[in-house]
Ligand binder design. Structure first.
Ligand code: TYC
Length: 107
């Protein structure tokens, strides 16, 4: 017969399944500059963020006209990986394209 101590009862109770809060979400933002070619930005949006052609064009033009645009909303690690992928692509082609992540604003 198993011996269950008082401590084991407390541990079992403390670790009983509970609902987890949803993880904090981050938006990945692309910034405008005067030098990165438009077609390169569209390629980044397609390759890194899996956008279709029309959506990639729309986001690129929004960044071009408004200075910044949201490429997607992700958990922290996914957002950080996508920022890194954008910056690596830009660096490899010697474009000054900038990209950052920030907590999704509380509307
Ligand atoms: N402004 C750039 C140009 O005229 C295009 C551009 C768009 C650059 C979006 C960066 O994130 C960007 N070639």
């Amino acid at each position: 017969m198993p011996i269950v101590t008082q401590n084991q009862h407390e541990l079992a109770h403390a670790t009983a399944p509970t609902r987890l809060a949803p993880p904090p979400m981050y938006q990945v933002v692309l910034l405008n500059d005067d030098y990165t070619p438009m077609d390169f930005v569209v390629r980044v949006l397609r390759q890194v963020f899996h956008k279709g052609g029309d959506e990639a064009e729309r986001i690129m033009l929004q960044v071009h006209h408004e200075g910044r645009g949201v490429c997607g909303i992700y958990t922290r690690d996914v957002a950080a990986t996508r920022v890194d992928a954008v910056l690596r692509m830009a660096h490899a082609d010697q474009h000054p394209l900038q990209c950052l992540m920030e907590p999704v604003p509380l509307v």
